[in-house]
Design a protein around this ligand. Sequence first.
Ligand SMILES: Cc1ncc(COP(=O)(O)O)c(C=O)c1O
Length: 400
Amino acid sequence: MTDLFSKFDPLIQQRETLLETGLTDPFNLVMERVESPTVAICNGKRTILLGTYNYMGMTFDPDVVAAGKKALDEFGSGTTGSRVLNGTYQGHRECEAALRDFYAMDHAMVFSTGYQANLGVISTIAGKEDYIVLDIDSHASIYDGCALGNAQIVPFRHNDIEALEKRLKRIPEGAGKLVVLEGVYSMLGDIAPLREMVAVSKANGAMVLVDEAHSMGFIGENGRGVAEAQGVIDDVDFIIGTFSKSVGTVGGFCVSNHPKFEILRLVCRPYVFTASLPPSVVATAATSIRKLMDSADKRAHLWENSKRLHAGLRQLGFTLGTGEPQSAIIAVIMPNLEKGAAMWEALLNEGLYVNLARPPATPAGMTLLRCSLCALHTEEQVGEILGMFAAAGRATGCIS
Ligand SMILES: Cc1ncc(COP(=O)(O)O)c(C=O)c1O
């Protein structure tokens, strides 16, 4: 018998070597108590959270929590069924109405996760004879959606407008073309040049799908994302998003103005063949989405936080993923996994949680300490965070 697990041996070995040094496992941390969107208890210690996707701090919003409790009491803990059978409750409809209002679009379809939204929409609309042109740094859910649909996959260099255009021009005349982009790329926190990329895609007869997972609620005048901020939202055919970041719960969605969009509810397998979200989740999501429409002050404060942290880290001597802050994600580039893990642990000991990210999730084999800011981080907390980076950086030799 061939042990099907033998392919994982190199990874098992790498983990063992790392943990033998006595390091805390960076991928096995437990949040023992969560006090707020910015503070938790980890290993019995008060820890500032700088590695969540809780960009707008909605997880403890009293209206959001109350809506979830009410739905739990009135509709029970789960739907036990697919959206196309018994799993569409009034709450799912209300959640889709909130999304239509938020994006000012005609159609909204809620999935059980953002992963499934990409999986479902991409695989359903781009089939065997079609072409998907995508940024090489796309999220795993985008790649998996491509694989599920059997389309021809044409990757292009990250954020390279000319490369996108060249790839589009090589596709046979008359073939179906879908360009897949992200608003914010979550590893380095950089944004896409959507204005140019959407124009090039349209000029070459392609439909455009933009995953705005990391920009919803924060970027753009109304928080609709990078496509809104760059003035091209009306030219984007499909926006994919998630409830697991700014919205503060779990779930995914696609919004669109395409006149035939609703047919997807019958043909999209990751929508049909899975249970719908629990009533409490769609109630919290709908309440959160409606509150995000009116959150300009929080958006402004989050930008302040992002600028303050970026400038402070740069001043300390860290190498960052972007020259200026472009989103709520600030990536600190580590020289290698060992140093990254040591720095991650030193920060945790100081009382700060960040994400340790490594290949294959990261581009170009990089090890990153990914910091994601929250609109509820105070100016004082950002100061505290910088103090912790200074101490941990010196202790591990990452900065002098
Ligand atoms: C760009 C992007 N798209 C989709 C997803 C999937 O979202 P969800 O957590 O709702 O499955 C993520 C999650 O990390 C993401 O970063």
